[in-house]
Write a protein that binds this ligand. Structure first.
Ligand code: BTN
Length: 250
């Protein structure tokens, strides 16, 4: 699966787990994907809250089978194992995780926005993304591996799209540890209810990068999200609700 690292920001796994209040934290030098490790640990019975971090991912993945470039030391490549007591839809969870990431970064003085369904945007550029992968046992949810990728330190490799940005472009000196200390408690506090609350919707609205933007695909204007996490698009033929996929801004 990869090679283990001893430390991450000068802390080893047990020290980081204690600091963050999670049952266990694995720190890897190189992995295919932290999500792979999280699924493997989950299959072995690892508890809710298990955290997997890596310096580098060789096969980091994003939504829609896209590759997620995850070079050494540049980012927070994290997977968090959740064992919700209910079968919440992973689309709603991904939006909530976006709110958790947004809250964490705002606590550190940044002003990120969220682009439906899973992008973290800073200065109109992509700073991170979220990928939640569910594993089912029959009709019941077995576990959820919550993957978060955040470009923390530049310079970013030229293989990344030019609309990518690292957090330290806006907040020089920001560390992965500082982000983790804000983010992990928010992940621990995540709700797994199957619809968003009015508060969650209004926070999303305040941070919504797509809102009122003209879309080329599907043609229309983005008008926010509903309680089920669907994107509302005003089209020439009426209101459409997108429950998955992606959009192209005009
Ligand atoms: C996206 O924007 O499409 C989602 C990107 C998610 C990337 C993170 S990095 C940590 C975790 N491991 C992965 O392989 N993917 C997620």
């Amino acid at each position: 699966m990869g090679a283990r690292a001893l430390t991450y920001e000068d802390l080893d796994g047990p020290a980081l787990a204690r600091l963050l209040g999670v049952p266990s934290c694995e720190i890897w030098e190189t992995v295919t994907s932290t999500l792979d490790v999280a699924h493997a640990r989950a299959a072995e019975g690892a508890p809710h809250g298990t955290l997997v971090l890596a310096e580098e991912q060789t096969h980091g993945r994003g939504r829609l089978s896209r590759r997620w470039v995850s070079p050494r030391g540049c980012g927070l490549w994290l997977a968090y194992l959740a064992r919700p007591s209910r079968d919440a839809p992973s689309g709603v969870i991904a939006l909530r995780v976006g709110l958790a990431v947004g809250g964490a970064l705002r606590a550190l003085g940044l002003e990120p926005q969220l682009k439906w369904p899973n992008d973290v945007v800073l200065c109109d550029r992509k700073a991170g993304g979220i990928l939640c992968e569910a594993r089912w046992k029959g009709v019941r949810l077995g576990w959820l591996a919550i993957g978060i990728g955040l470009n923390v330190r530049g310079p970013l490799p030229p293989t990344l799209p030019e609309h990518a940005i690292a957090l330290d472009a806006v907040r020089p000196g920001i560390t992965r540890l500082a982000v983790l200390r804000e983010l992990v408690p928010r992940l621990e506090a995540l709700s797994y209810a199957d619809t968003l609350t009015a508060d969650e919707c209004s926070t999303f609205e305040a941070w919504d990068w797509l809102r009122n933007r003209q879309l080329a695909e599907p043609p229309g204007v983005a008008r926010g999200i509903d309680r089920s996490g669907a994107l509302i698009v005003e089209t020439p033929h009426g209101v459409a609700r997108l429950r998955g996929g992606s959009v192209v801004v005009a």
